[in-house]
Design a protein around this ligand. Structure first.
Ligand code: ZN
Length: 427
């Protein structure tokens, strides 16, 4: 018997079995590849007017067949060369995601397979594109700013320069991490080490801009203002270390690993936003100043909380495992909310930077090269050092190598699915 959720959520069937959308008999139905079912019209009940019209049904069937044939051709051409996909029980535990049942790529994919898979519908495809396309959006915004601002000589713009560089780097790194994360178990961990490093550097970019443009009037030149960026550099080291370390706990203590990783990113976020929280607080008290940016700041905060909620909750796939494997699972929504939040943050920073320029230049020290580009360079080097240390110790961790060994053995065996289904689950 069909469950109620069968009608609520569409199911995308991957490369195995019939491929295409299925949304109950009452809704639209499309199948891109498959067997004999495609030679017949699927449950298409001819409308009354068509039956009444002599020859209408035959004409409509013919038209549908021709349309379906044309629609299927490119999908058939693509499916010939694209890599095979697997279900959750067929891949080593290190590759599994909560609530995602199908659409897994081979755990020993080549770099070319990984790139090709970004054009194939897998459970990572939307993750890849939801950060790859925004990279170009932020690059486009950055190029416009390059033509309107003088980043070379005007030191007031240097915090923005660091921020713009980092909001282009973090989605691009994430997109690459999702693309190449199935080359091996070790590659997967190292890819995500870089992803976490880029996110942690993004938090530094936020701190540098917030310290320069968002700081409330009454906190300018305070102890916190002067030490804001050095503390943020320390936070990036903490964030990258904790999030990378959390991957070592993932298999044995998944809950602990998740809490550690979430905390690693929430902590620098809360620190960076202390000036903003205070500004909003005094605004609620009725003494608002420089209000142009506040609505964008609020939208950013809403999306940031949503991002954190999606990352931690694994909703909606936790409620209906297998229903959101390809579209709509929490990581995709997390990416989208993160990018939309960053967009609002960028708008808010630009608004504060412009509207407060005269006041800030007259009251505070102008941003220094050392406090902006210098802080970025030091943090990049230190974070790369941390990633190298974790990568080196990862390659010496026997149980993770064993995981990839399982994958390697499967790769050499063409009967992967039969063998995998016969193997005990790696719970
Ligand atoms: Zn991601």
């Amino acid at each position: 018997m069909k469950k109620v959720s069968d009608h609520l959520f569409p199911i995308w069937r991957g490369a195995r079995g019939v491929q295409g959308w299925s949304w109950g008999r009452s809704g639209a139905k499309w199948e891109s590849a498959g067997g004999e079912a495609e030679d017949q019209l699927l449950g298409f009940d001819c409308p009354v007017w068509c039956v009444l019209c002599r020859g209408g049904r035959a004409w409509l069937q013919g038209a549908c067949q021709r349309g379906r044939g044309a629609f299927r051709l490119p999908a058939d051409m693509l499916s010939i060369k694209l890599p095979q996909l697997f279900d959750i029980h067929q891949v080593p535990k290190v590759f599994r995601e909560d609530g995602i049942i199908s659409g897994y790529r081979h755990p020993r994919s080549s770099a070319l397979d990984c790139i090709l898979s970004s054009f194939q519908m897998t459970n990572e495809t939307v993750n890849i594109w939801t950060h790859f396309l925004p990279t170009w959006y932020f690059l486009w915004r950055f190029s416009i700013l390059c033509s309107t601002l003088n980043f070379l000589t005007e030191s007031y713009t240097w915090p923005l320069l660091v921020y713009m560089l980092l909001i282009c780097v973090y989605p691009f790194t994430s997109s690459c991490a999702h693309t190449f994360s199935t080359m091996s178990a070790e590659a997967r961990h190292i890819c995500y080490f870089f992803d976490y490093g880029a996110l942690s550097l993004y938090s530094l970019g936020c701190a540098i801009t917030y310290g320069s443009y968002v700081m409330p009037d009454c906190w300018v030149n305070s102890w916190l203002h002067e030490h804001f960026v050095p503390i943020a550099i320390g936070n990036t080291l903490f964030c990258t270390s904790m999030s990378c370390y959390s991957r070592f706990l993932e298999l044995q203590f998944p809950r602990k690993s998740k809490i550690l990783r979430t905390g690693a990113f929430v902590f620098p976020f809360l620190f960076d936003n202390i000036p903003l929280f205070y500004r909003l607080l005094i605004c609620c008290g009725g003494s608002c100043s420089h209000t142009e940016a506040l609505s964008s700041h609020c939208y950013h905060l809403i999306f940031a909380f949503l991002t954190c909620f999606l990352f931690a909750s694994h909703l909606p796939e936790r409620l209906a495992p297998g229903r959101f494997d390809y579209f709509g699972h929490s990581h995709q929504l997390f990416h989208i909310c993160a990018v939309v939040g960053t967009h609002f943050q960028m708008e808010a920073v630009l608004a504060d930077m412009t509207s407060r320029q005269a006041w800030l230049i007259s009251q505070a020290a102008v941003p220094s090269f050392l406090g902006t580009m210098g802080a970025l360079a030091v943090s990049v080097l230190l974070n790369l050092g941390i990633i190298s240390l974790f990568s080196a110790s990862l390659l010496q961790t026997p149980h993770l190598n064993a995981q990839s060994g399982v994958a390697s053995a499967r790769h050499s065996n063409p009967g992967l699915s039969q063998q995998a289904s016969a193997e005990p689950k790696e719970e």
